[in-house]
Design a protein around this ligand. Structure first.
Ligand code: ADP
Length: 993
């Protein structure tokens, strides 16, 4: 049978005829899902069509599929045609009908097909029977059909067989689709498995997977094998067999518990024994143990991911050790510091004591003329009583040391005793005027009157330890006053009575006489007092300041003896000329007002030489009727006290200078408020001005965040165990720059052991850190530089060794030359290093002589002349002579020429120029090489400085020019460079003539 497709050329665009399914889209999707259209023929389907054809006795049998436009034949028994348009497909009718089989015995008699070209033209199909291929979802995909060119019928057996065969076709289709699906899912599984394996093997961390109760090593990547020091042969072994060293190790417990509980476990810095290069060692790892579960949620394996942190752990241990060493060193420093503080405290105590004693004495002075007694707090023991006081009491000095009431039983119950107790209790001063006291005089008692001051004596803490009583006998004044009062009354009476005026006058005169008597008596007592007073006292009479009285103490201060009495002060103490005291005394005389001087410096002759002293003094005018007649001088020598204080001040200044000089800032932090009292340098270390507020929170704010917790922790530790804390951290200054700070601090506690303050010291160690880095950089360059010639020398020597017994060859020569070059290079490097060292230690000694510069220049650098690549051209003054160390100057020129050769290799001519400028000789080395950028010029002569030349690398240590400049500086000359990029450089130096 042949069906010519040409008949249906235009059919592709036509509708596919009758409707096959209520939802044709779904049906078409179902057809495509079997992926059968346009596939090759398959033997088992061909066998089915052959069988159908044989059983039904038809020449043709087909397995067809309807794809919307055509019916396509997967199997076509009895015809070569592989497809026809769906419009003419009989099968479309079979699929559209819901019948299990469609049989049309004679198509020519059926209206539906009379127009069908397959019926009315070639191949003239007459008989058709088709069983629809309906899949599990109920979609009719196509048919299994038989076709004949003549009318026929099918019997029951043929019909049922055809149905069975159609079912076979559908089963095959279903099976085929299942295979596709499985293949797809397998592919996915395979890919994901592969991805996982890839992940494990390529992961940048160590991974191992242990499976099952034996922890069989299912997978392990190279990283993990490297850590374990094993090869991949351990894959497939139980863990304990592969790594017996883990038996009983906590690591196993962890793995077992992850298996048992199914929970991920993490460990930081876990110590694990590892085998590397056959050696068992301890390693530290951050490890994650992750259970891998199957669908039922059971743990089937455990994945271990380990990141080695051994170095980090060891480093932090080492850091901790280092910290302790530093702490110990610092502890010593702090101890020294404490001693300083202790001695400072002693000095302060002395100072305090002196101030207190001075206070006591000053009271004494101010109260003169006076009687003084001092009572101690307990039992009012008489600690001191001066002669005046003893005289008043009518006792002798044997009472000193006795309790008051025992020494003077007559005053029991006297208000005075009450005063004393009151002052001891309250600490308040008391004074009274014209206080009456009945005192024993020989075998009788006498009424006396006193102006008295009762003053508490307090110790440093303010507790009352005693009372000082200063009393002035004013009995006479009292009587005078009394009498004056009486007199006034009398006068008034007399006025009234206008009686005997004369009598009045006489009486008045009498009174005056008496007053006079009283006064002279008082004066003699006063004189007595002065002579015995425990302070230095003198009296000066008249404007000439004639010394009328001077007690032993003032004579001691003056450095004079009694012979000064009767002389004017400026003659008695001629050294006072030019000092302020004579003028002050004159002023006191004029004004009548007392002058108090404090810690005044005075220079007085003592045994022939001037002695500087400090005194506290009072110049008190003594006036009669408003006229100054005398001046009383009271003085206390406070030299020792002032010197002691000056010592303290000086020690403080020295301490502060030392702190400033070492860049150490100090501070005190009030822990309850965070308020800090800091030195200028301390604030400077944090980039703050002296007057800026800078407290504890500000300090932490300026610290880079990564240091804060650690520093806080160290401070807390130091407070907890009363130790010194030490920290180094970086801070940001307000201008944005970063600085390194080294800090030490120590807590201070109150009496209850509560930390109240923190005393701290800091230093800006940025420069030090920078130096360390520069030094490290330099060391790495230096070792690199030395390594290159060493390697090449070693290689040459090894080769020489190989051919040492062979006859001499050009190879020998080449190798020896290579060795020499390497050796020269090394010698130059080592010379540079040695030179720098000796210069650092100031050992550069000059051996000067007179020589002609041009001779030296013409003789030097023979290595460059011999190499022939460069020409050294001399210019300038051929007769110029200098006195200098010729060898060293030669070294400088060689260095400059070598640099010209190195950095200006294409500059063929190198000029050596000698000139004279006034009283200096100038030598220049000029090349026409690359030149040097302007911004680099200022640094060329610095130690270790190397300018980089884009695109080129030159070996060197950055020391040559530094050494040259040191040599020239030692000669008192100057060194410099003029250079322009692209044009060349002229390095020059001068030497004084
Ligand atoms: P070194 O040559 O070991 O680096 P030097 O102290 O001799 O050390 O020189 C310092 C730097 O000065 C060199 O690194 C180089 O960059 C620069 N320099 C010295 N001489 C010249 C020159 N003639 N031309 C250009 N650059 C030079």
């Amino acid at each position: 049978m042949s069906i010519e497709p040409k008949n249906f050329d235009d059919l592709s665009t036509r509708p596919a005829g009758i409707s096959l399914h209520p939802n044709e889209g779904e049906r078409l999707a179902a057809v495509r899902s079997y992926r059968i259209l346009d596939t090759a023929e398959e033997q088992d389907l061909d066998e089915i069509t052959a069988l159908a054809s044989a059983i039904c006795g038809t020449p043709v049998s087909l397995v067809t599929f309807l794809d919307g436009k055509r019916q396509w034949f997967k199997s076509h028994h009895g015809t070569d045609v592989t497809e026809t348009p769906q419009e003419f497909a009989f099968c479309a009718h079979a699929v559209a009908s819901s019948a299990p089989i469609t049989i049309i015995s004679d198509l020519t008699k059926d209206d539906r097909f009379t127009e069908n070209p397959l019926v009315h033209s070639d191949p003239h199909v007459v008989f058709y029977a088709g069983v629809p291929l309906v899949d599990r979802q109920g979609y009719g995909l196509g048919t299994l059909c038989v076709v004949d060119m003549q009318p026929r019928e099918l019997n029951e057996l043929q019909i049922s067989t055809l149905k069975v065969l159609a079912k076979q076709v559908v089963d095959k289709l279903e099976a085929r689709r299942k295979v596709f699906e499985l293949e797809a899912s397998n592919q996915k599984l395979y890919e994901s498995e592969n991805r996982f394996r890839g992940l494990v093997s390529q992961a940048p961390v160590a991974i191992a997977i242990y499976a099952g109760s034996d922890k069989v090593i299912e997978d392990v990547n190279q990283e993990m094998l490297d850590i374990l020091g094993r090869g991949s042969e351990i894959i497939g072994m139980p863990l304990l067999k592969a790594r017996p060293e883990l038996e009983g190790h906590p690591y196993m417990d962890v793995i077992n518990s992850v298996f048992a509980e199914g929970e991920t476990h993490r460990g930081e810095g876990v110590k694990v024994p590892v085998l590397s290069n056959g050696q068992l060692r301890e390693g530290y790892f951050d490890v994650t143990y992750k259970p891998i579960l199957n669908d039922e949620g059971t743990v089937i394996s455990v994945m271990v991911v380990a990141i080695e942190v051994t170095e980090k752990v060891l480093l932090s241990q080492r850091e901790a050790e280092l910290g302790e060493e530093l702490m110990a060193a610092n502890e010593e420093l702090m101890a020294a510091n404490e001693e300083l503080i202790a001695s400072q405290e002693n000095l302060i105590a002395i100072n305090h004591y002196l101030t207190e004693s001075e206070g006591r004495f000053r009271d004494l002075i101010v109260q003169a003329p006076i009687a003084i007694a001092i009572y101690s707090k307990d039992d009012l023991i008489i600690e001191q009583a001066n002669d005046t006081m003893l005289a008043i009491w009518g006792r002798d000095s044997s009472v000193i040391g006795k309790p008051l009431l025992q020494a003077r039983p007559e005053i029991v119950g006297h208000p005075f005793v009450g005063y004393l107790s009151g002052i001891l209790a309250t600490g308040e001063e008391k004074s009274g005027q014209s206080i009456k006291a009945v005192l024993p005089r020989g075998d009788r008692f006498e009424e006396r009157y006193f102006d008295a001051t009762y003053k508490p004596i307090k110790d440093r803490k303010g507790a009352v330890t005693g009372v000082i009583v200063v009393a002035i006998d004013v009995t006479e004044r009292y009587h005078t006053d009394q009498r004056e009062a009486e007199f006034k009354e009398e006068l008034a009476a007399m006025n009234e009575e206008l009686t005997d005026a004369n009598r009045e006058l006489t009486l008045y005169q009498d009174n005056l006489l008496k007053v006079n008597d009283v006064l002279s008596e008082s004066e003699s007592r006063f004189k007595h007092l002065i002579m015995q007073a425990p302070v230095a006292i003198a009296t000066l009479r008249g404007r000439e300041l004639v010394v009328t009285k001077a007690n032993d103490m003032i004579l001691e201060i003056w450095g004079k003896d009694n012979s000064v009495v009767g002389k004017p002060l400026h003659i008695a103490l001629p050294e006072l000329q030019g000092q302020p005291f004579l003028q002050i005394l004159d002023d006191v005389f004029t004004s009548g007002e007392a002058f108090v001087g404090s810690e005044a410096q005075v220079s007085l002759y003592h045994e022939g030489s001037l002695k500087d002293m400090f005194v506290n003094f009072v110049y008190k005018p003594i006036t009669i009727n408003g006229e100054t007649t005398d001046i009383m001088v009271v003085a206390v020598d406070v030299t020792e006290q002032v010197n002691a204080r000056k010592d303290v001040e000086e020690a403080n200044i020295r301490f502060n200078i030392a702190l400033d000089a070492s860049g150490l800032g100090s501070t005190e932090v009030e822990l309850s408020t965070g308020v800090m009292t800091s030195t200028k340098q301390f604030k400077k270390n944090y980039g703050r001005a002296e007057d800026e507020v800078f407290n504890y929170p500000d300090l932490f704010d300026s610290m880079l965040p990564e240091y804060r917790d650690e520093v806080k922790r160290r401070v807390a530790d130091a407070i907890a165990d009363n130790s010194v804390y030490q920290a180094e951290y970086e801070v940001v200054w307000p201008d944005g720059s970063i600085h390194w700070i080294s800090a030490h601090g120590r807590p201070r506690y109150d009496a209850n052991g509560k930390a109240i303050r923190m005393v701290g010291m800091t230093a800006d160690i940025t420069e030090q850190k920078l130096q360390e880095r520069r030094k490290d950089d330099f060391l790495s360059i230096a070792s690199h530089e030395l390594k290159t010639p060493t390697t090449s020398l070693k290689a040459a020597l090894q080769l020489l060794n190989l051919i040492k017994d062979k006859p001499t060859s050009p190879m020998h020569v080449r190798l020896i030359e290579q060795s020499n070059r390497s050796m020269d290079r090394m010698t130059t490097l080592i010379d540079d290093l040695l030179n720098v060292n000796s210069m650092k230690e100031g050992q550069l000694k000059l051996d000067k002589s007179l020589f002609t510069v041009s001779h030296m220049l013409n003789a030097c650098c023979s290595h460059v002349r011999l190499a022939g690549k460069h020409e050294l051209i001399f210019e300038g003054d051929a007769d110029l002579q200098v006195i200098a160390d010729e060898h060293r100057i030669d070294q400088v020129v060689i260095n400059l020429v070598n640099n010209a050769v190195k950095y200006a290799p294409d500059s063929q001519d190198i000029y050596l120029i000698a000139e004279r400028f006034g009283d200096v000789a100038k030598v220049s080395v000029r090349d026409t090489g690359l030149g040097i950028p302007k911004d680099k010029l200022p640094f060329l002569f610095d130690r270790y400085y190397r300018a980089d030349h884009t695109g080129y690398t030159y070996s060197g240590l950055g020391l040559g020019l530094y050494i040259c400049s040191e040599i020239i500086k030692r000669h008192g000359g100057e060194i410099g460079v003029d250079s322009e990029v692209g044009k060349g450089s002229t390095f020059w130096f001068t030497l004084p003539l």
